[in-house]
Design a protein around this ligand. Structure first.
Ligand SMILES: Cc1cc2nc3c(=O)[nH]c(=O)nc-3n(C[C@H](O)[C@H](O)[C@H](O)COP(=O)(O)O)c2cc1C
Length: 198
């Protein structure tokens, strides 16, 4: 599930919430899973991965990860990303484009100390996406962290990422293939609405 706090009342956010509520009512599994695509300018490489979107705070979409991970390095090199939901139970795709930034240290500390210990152990112990000799080494590192670390203190290499879309596309699948596509994009500080062909 995604937690909504003081959701923006601008049109694309309200449409987002309508689809979200419909997907929840349809008992959509993994509703918070979102694909984040990044571009690493130095490597000239595009990459994607799923993360769990935890919050929508007003206009900010927030997920958490490792700040030394490849995704984080890509965000540093090129701050523009795309983000993608697909909720098959209602056959809706939501595409977003945005710039991305890190959340504050205070925000990360607050979030971390209220998370489960089991999740915190992994966040502390893992050099996310770095090579390691074997899976046994992963487990050893995990157990070592559990025994030797303060598990309520957020390490500086872990925290939130926040993005505020400037572009939304709501794609609603239709049995006839006459799919409905509504785009909202910021033009001169206002949301422009256009309809695009299937
Ligand atoms: C359903 C699902 C949810 C995930 N959620 C997260 C997440 O919230 N944060 C995270 O760092 N990785 C998450 N992962 C793992 C990422 O997909 C990815 O493997 C990891 O973040 C390393 O990505 P990177 O090498 O591109 O930085 C998730 C994977 C799946 C399949």
């Amino acid at each position: 599930m995604i937690k909504f706090n003081n959701l923006s009342q601008e049109v694309p956010y309200l449409i987002f919430k309508e689809h979200y509520d419909r997907a929840m009512n349809a008992e959509q599994k993994n509703i918070e899973v979102i694909a984040i695509s990044s571009y690493n300018k130095e490597e000239a490489e595009v990459d994607s991965r799923f993360v769990n979107l935890k919050f929508i705070d007003h206009k900010q979409f927030i997920f958490f990860s490792n700040y030394n991970s490849p995704k984080s390095i890509a965000f540093d090199s090129h701050k523009q990303i795309s983000a993608l939901f697909y909720w098959p139970f209602i056959n809706v795709q939501i595409r977003m484009k945005s710039e991305i930034t890190k959340t504050s240290i205070e925000y990360n500390q607050e979030y971390f100390k209220n998370r489960s210990i089991a999740k915190n152990v992994l966040a502390i112990s893992s050099n996310q996406s770095q090579e390691i000799k074997s899976y046994e080494h992963v487990i050893r590192k995990y157990n070592d962290t559990m025994d030797n670390n303060d598990l309520l203190i957020c390490p500086d290499y872990w925290g939130g990422f926040s993005f505020t879309p400037y572009y939304f596309e709501f794609w609603e699948g239709n049995n006839s293939r006459l799919n409905k596509r509504d785009v909202y994009q910021i033009r001169d500080k206002n949301w422009e609405h256009i309809i695009i062909q299937p």
